[in-house]
Design a protein around this ligand. Structure first.
Ligand code: C5P
Length: 227
């Protein structure tokens, strides 16, 4: 089944301790976000990508897209102060499609098998997101003292892609904006509307390049894929 994808790419390098947008940092000679775009460019079911970028980085990002031969980028929206604003701008620019995926440009190692499972499940139920079961013991802490050990059997770490029927996500995004509701992912906006969201088991290597040690994992993942 065909789908389109909105990629928020208008973040900063704050937690990466980088001077500029972490997506522009290179992993083995290629900017991080180019690896992400290549996954969708190669997927025959992907009909187009829309990126949300900072206005001042747009030209540089467009130049990279051309230089690395990415064919399916259809447009660039202007990102906002929060990730949620960037995604909404991307969705509005992308326009109607049956299924839309939202995927952090900062997650370059997403599996095509997971993408296809997400699309399938979202077309059946409206909303499906990628995640992995929590591996560690999880505790709540207040002022350096444990207040509770949480039953990890019910806990998942959530990733992107998150896949939705386009109309459902757009409605959820507009409702969240009207309510002043801020979510850390798109699923929260759909949950806020009261619509169920399914989870698809993803892979632990679908890491988000967030802090400097993620670049070390990133290089190791790339090296293991070349073996
Ligand atoms: O900051 P964080 O790692 O959570 O960002 C996740 C993704 O959202 C990144 O790809 C980043 O570029 C994007 N983002 C955005 N607009 C913002 C903040 C983050 O497009 N205002």
């Amino acid at each position: 089944m065909k789908y389109t994808v909105v990629l928020p790419a208008a973040g900063s390098g704050k937690r990466m301790k980088a001077e500029r947008n972490k997506l522009l940092l290179e992993l083995s000679g290629k900017p991080i976000f180019i690896y992400t775009l290549e996954v969708f460019d190669k997927d025959p079911h992907c009909e187009g990508m829309w990126l949300a970028v900072k206005e001042e980085e747009r030209q540089l990002i467009e130049d990279y897209v051309k230089r690395f031969g990415i064919r399916k980028v259809k447009g660039y929206a202007t990102g906002g102060a929060e990730r949620q604003d960037s995604v909404r701008a991307g969705l509005e620019l992308a326009g109607q499609s049956e299924i839309v995926l939202v995927h952090d440009a900062a997650r370059p190692f997403i599996s095509p098998v997971v993408i296809s499972e997400l699309v399938e499940r979202a077309s059946e139920s409206g909303a499906a997101i990628a995640g992995v079961p929590v591996k560690d013991t999880i505790k709540k802490v207040r002022e350096a003292v444990i207040t509770e050990t949480v039953d990890r059997a019910a806990l998942w770490m959530i990733q992107t892609p998150q896949a939705f029927r386009y109309e459902l996500l757009l409605e959820a995004a507009h409702l969240a904006q009207a309510d002043g509701f801020l979510g850390t992912d798109e699923a929260m906006l759909v949950e806020h509307m009261g619509h169920p969201v399914q989870i698809v088991e993803s892979t632990y290597d679908n890491v988000k390049m967030t802090t400097p040690d993620d670049l070390i994992y990133g290089k190791a993942i790339l090296a293991s894929r070349l073996q």
